[in-house]
Design a protein around this ligand. Structure first.
Ligand code: T46
Length: 131
């Protein structure tokens, strides 16, 4: 499976570091929504769905977590632990998030507003649609 990681430029100086995210520039879509997941317990696994249309970029701005991606043919696990790295997840990819560090803040940029109708929450249904 092709994994798309985007490395963002760090504007660093003696004061520290800064990363800027701009729609249709270093983020390859119009950003319609931003949300973030934090204070997740270590044993928790979240996600368990795919999106029919939504595209997203996941950035672990603090700490670390792992992401399982499954395209219906193969799956892979990705460690996110750099605040200057974004994982692009296109539509029709099953995802699960796990192994959250206590300080993990997982920020997500999305190209669409929240829409429960866009979720495929049943894995068998996902496999049927993806084939
Ligand atoms: C995804 C992964 C990476 C809202 O009201 N608005 C929102 O924009 C979102 C994302 C969620 N919610 C509500 C819906 C649920 O009542 O927040 C609650 C938790 O959402 P959910 O169970 O979908 O969270 P995750 O961590 O399983 O999945 C989320 C995103 O929903 C999903 O699009 O790709 O993060």
């Amino acid at each position: 499976m092709q994994i798309q990681i985007i490395d963002f430029e760090i504007k660093g100086d003696e004061r520290g570091s800064l990363v800027a995210l701009e729609g249709n520039k270093n983020i390859p879509f119009d950003i319609k929504r931003v949300y973030y997941i934090f204070a997740t317990q270590k044993a928790v696994r979240r996600g368990f769905h795919a999106h029919k249309n939504l595209k997203q970029i996941l950035i672990c701005v603090s700490g670390s977590c792992k992401i399982l991606l499954d395209d219906g043919k193969e799956n892979t696990e990705i460690l996110l632990n750099k605040p200057n790295q974004g994982l692009l997840i296109k539509s029709m990819i099953w995802r699960e998030m796990f192994d959250f560090s206590p300080d993990c803040v997982l920020m997500v940029l999305a190209d669409g507003y929240y829409d429960e109708q866009d979720y495929i929450r049943n894995y068998q249904e996902f496999l049927r649609l993806v084939k």
